[in-house]
Design a binder for this molecule. Structure first.
Ligand SMILES: NC(=O)c1ccc[n+]([C@@H]2O[C@H](COP(=O)([O-])OP(=O)(O)OC[C@H]3O[C@@H](n4cnc5c(N)ncnc54)[C@H](OP(=O)(O)O)[C@@H]3O)[C@@H](O)[C@H]2O)c1
Length: 228
């Protein structure tokens, strides 16, 4: 269903799920602003179809403040922080350098919340603030270990988003932590369960179905609730 009134800010859209979400919302009639850090040929192609392409590094306060300034007159029905990293995450925790752990935690768990704090004034009433989490961030489902620093960073993102939601208890927008499934991207790899288009369509369905709600939820791309 198209809805030309809606506007989205997709953060971390150079490739993978962010790029797929940008294309999906564009096709559904949303007005989309999408960000990248450096070169992003796939996203540049979408600029010719009306996407406003912007630049931000969520780890850099000056970069976030500059984007906030450039988008001075813009408000959004959806702000979706998709950006995330792996950092030697397939290795046991104790074999990974401290600086790598610090970077994964910063980018995946802290910077998304700082971005949300900076941009919460740009969310329209009834809108959605979404963070890209992962089922690996579920503490309750962690029975097998593995992907240790990545798991920990997504669990920390979930906790930080709950604290954000509590801090903004009087907010007029919803807060979602979303698991996209295991998706074939640079991060997900070739053997993944889902292609980007399928995951992005599911995530967009979930977001559109929850428009107007102001609660907090941890959901997968099919709209099923995940244990914290
Ligand atoms: N793929 C999966 O199976 C899967 C499953 C669960 C959750 N996720 C989550 O989904 C999100 C997207 O993953 P993906 O699979 O699409 O990964 P990807 O293909 O590796 O893309 C990651 C994106 O994040 C951006 N990014 C990284 N650090 C950034 C920063 N400091 N500032 C701004 N942008 C930054 C990257 O930009 P550059 O191009 O500049 O590096 C890129 O656009 C991540 O949060 C990931 O943890 C993925």
């Amino acid at each position: 269903m198209t809805n030309p009134e809606r506007s989205a800010l997709i953060v971390g859209a150079s490739r993978g799920l962010g790029l797929g979400l940008t294309e999906t919302f564009l096709r559904r009639g949303w007005r989309v602003t999408a960000t990248r850090r450096g070169g992003a040929p796939g996203l540049e192609r979408l600029a010719t179809r009306g996407v406003r392409v912007e630049t931000v590094d969520i780890d850099d306060d000056a970069s976030v403040a500059a984007l906030h300034g450039r988008l001075d007159c813009e408000t959004f029905d959806l702000i979706f922080v998709v950006a995330g990293v792996l950092g030697e995450s397939d290795r046991p925790l104790h074999t990974v350098p401290r600086a790598v752990h610090a970077q994964v935690l910063l980018t995946n768990a802290v910077s998304p919340i700082l971005f949300a704090e900076a941009f919460s004034d740009r969310l329209l009433p009834g809108g959605t603030l979404a963070f890209m989490s992962s089922v690996l961030g579920s503490v309750g489902l962690n029975t097998e270990g593995g992907w240790e620093n990545y798991r920990a960073s997504k669990a920390a993102l979930n906790t930080n988003a709950r604290s954000f939601a509590a801090r903004h208890a009087e907010r007029s927008f919803g807060v979602l932590l979303l698991h996209p499934g295991w998706v074939a991207t640079d991060m997900g790899g070739e053997g993944a369960d889902l292609d980007v288009a399928t995951s992005a369509a599911g995530l967009a369905d979930v977001i559109e179905a929850r428009a107007g709600r102001t609660d907090l939820a941890f959901l997968d791309y099919r709209g099923e609730a995940l244990p914290w």
